[in-house]
Write a protein that binds this ligand. Structure first.
Ligand code: ADP
Ligand code: MG
Length: 316
C-alpha cells in the first residue's frame, strides 16, 4: 500500500457566512495524479490555499508527508512545488532569471541550480525564449514559465491549480503531457480543473467537488459506474419484429429499449460487450443493420446525476 502524501480531515473554511469548505476529507497517496474536479466556486483553490497553510481554516487537520502542516513547516514546504491559478512571475526578470529566482529559494548551490533551471526550461519547451520577459510571452508560454518556476527544484508533491485556463491547444497538450511525465519521474500530483476531459485524461483518481463538499471520489471508471446509464447503443434499423425486440430487452445489463424513426436505442447499465450482444441478436435474425454508434457516459453525467446540474456551461 503506497504511503499517504496528503491527509485532509474534516476541513472547514468559512468566509463570513459562506462555507467555502464543508468538512472536506481527502487522502492522496504517493504516485497518484489526483484530480480535484468542480465548477467555479466549488472550493478547489480554497482547498489548495489551506493545504499550503496560506490560509487559516476553522476546523480540521492537514498532514503532508505524514507530518502536521503549518505556516512554518519548512521541511515540508521544500518538497512541494506550487503552480497557482494566477500566474505569479516577475515582470523585471526574463524567463531564465525567473526560474532561477524560484529555484534559488530551494537550491543554493550555483552549479546544481543552473542544471535544474536548464532542465526545467527544456521540460516546458521554452529553450527559444530564455531571454524573453514575461510580457512578451503568449498566454500559453507564460503558463509554461509559471510551471517551470514551480517544478525546477524537483519537488515530491506538485500542486497545479487550473494550469490550462486560457491556454492555446498546443500549450495545453504540452502541459498535460508534462504533468504525466513529472508523475512518471516520481512526483505525486494534485491537479485542479473544471475541465472534465483533462481530468479524465491524466488523473489516476478524482474527487468531484460542489459547494465546498466532496460529492464523489474514485477512478474515472468507478465514478462512471455510479451512473445508471453506462452505455447508449444506437443502431439504424428499418424493421424490428417484436420477438427480436423482446430478445434484446432480455439481454444482460439492458434496462431500456426503444425503436422509433428507424433507430433502435438500447440503454445499458454496467457490463461489457453490450454492443456485441445486441449486434449478435440482430445478425442472427438476418436484419439489415444501418449506422451503429455507442455513447459512453462522461464525468458530466456523474455530476449531473448527483447534483442535478451540469458541471459547466456549454460555451465555457
Ligand atoms: P474554485 O477554486 O473551485 O473556483 P474557490 O475556492 O476560489 O473555488 O471559492 C470557493 C468559494 O469561496 C466561492 O464561493 C468563492 O466566492 C468564495 N471565496 C473565495 N475566496 C474568498 C475570499 N477571499 N473572500 C470571500 N469569499 C471567497
Ligand atoms: Mg480556483
Amino acid at each position: 500500500m503506497a504511503e499517504n502524501i496528503v491527509k485532509i480531515k474534516s476541513l472547514v473554511k468559512r468566509y463570513g457566512e459562506l462555507i467555502a469548505l464543508d468538512h472536506l476529507d481527502l487522502e492522496i497517496k504517493q504516485g497518484e495524479v489526483f484530480g480535484l474536479l468542480g465548477p467555479n466556486g466549488s472550493g478547489k483553490t480554497t482547498t489548495i490555499n489551506c493545504l499550503l497553510s496560506l490560509l487559516a481554516y476553522d476546523k480540521g487537520s492537514i498532514q503532508i508527508f505524514g507530518k502536521e502542516m503549518s505556516p512554518t513547516a519548512y521541511d515540508i514546504k521544500k518538497d512541494i512545488g506550487v503552480i497557482m491559478q494566477n500566474v505569479a512571475v516577475f515582470d523585471e526578470l526574463n524567463v531564465f532569471e525567473n526560474i532561477d529566482y524560484f529555484c534559488g529559494l530551494y537550491i543554493t548551490d550555483k552549479a546544481e541550480r543552473k542544471k535544474c533551471v536548464e532542465e526545467a526550461i527544456q521540460f516546458v519547451g521554452l529553450e527559444d525564449f530564455r531571454k524573453y520577459r514575461p510580457k512578451k510571452l503568449s498566454g500559453g508560454l507564460l503558463r509554461r514559465l509559471n510551471i517551470a518556476c514551480g517544478i525546477a527544484h524537483k519537488p515530491k508533491l506538485i500542486i497545479l491549480d487550473e494550469p490550462t485556463v486560457a491556454v492555446d491547444p498546443q500549450s495545453r497538450n504540452k502541459i498535460l503531457e508534462g504533468i504525466e511525465e513529472l508523475n512518471r519521474n516520481g512526483a505525486t500530483i494534485i491537479y485542479t480543473s473544471h475541465y472534465m476531459e483533462e481530468v479524465e485524461q491524466i488523473c489516476t483518481r478524482i474527487a468531484i467537488m460542489d459547494k465546498g463538499r466532496k460529492i464523489a471520489e474514485g477512478t474515472k471508471e468507478e465514478l462512471k459506474a455510479m451512473t445508471k446509464n453506462t452505455e447508449t447503443i444506437k443502431v439504424g434499423l428499418h424493421e424490428l419484429p417484436d420477438e427480436v425486440m423482446k430478445e434484446i430487452s432480455a439481454l444482460p445489463h439492458v434496462y431500456s429499449t426503444d425503436h422509433t424513426d428507424s433507430t433502435l436505442t438500447v440503454a445499458c447499465s454496467g457490463g461489457r460487450h453490450n454492443l456485441i450482444r445486441v449486434l449478435e441478436v440482430l445478425q442472427k435474425h438476418e436484419l439489415h443493420i444501418g449506422k451503429v454508434t455507442t455513447e459512453q457516459p462522461t464525468l458530466n453525467d456523474v455530476f449531473l446525476e448527483i447534483t442535478g446540474k451540469a458541471l459547466r456551461d456549454k460555451e465555457d
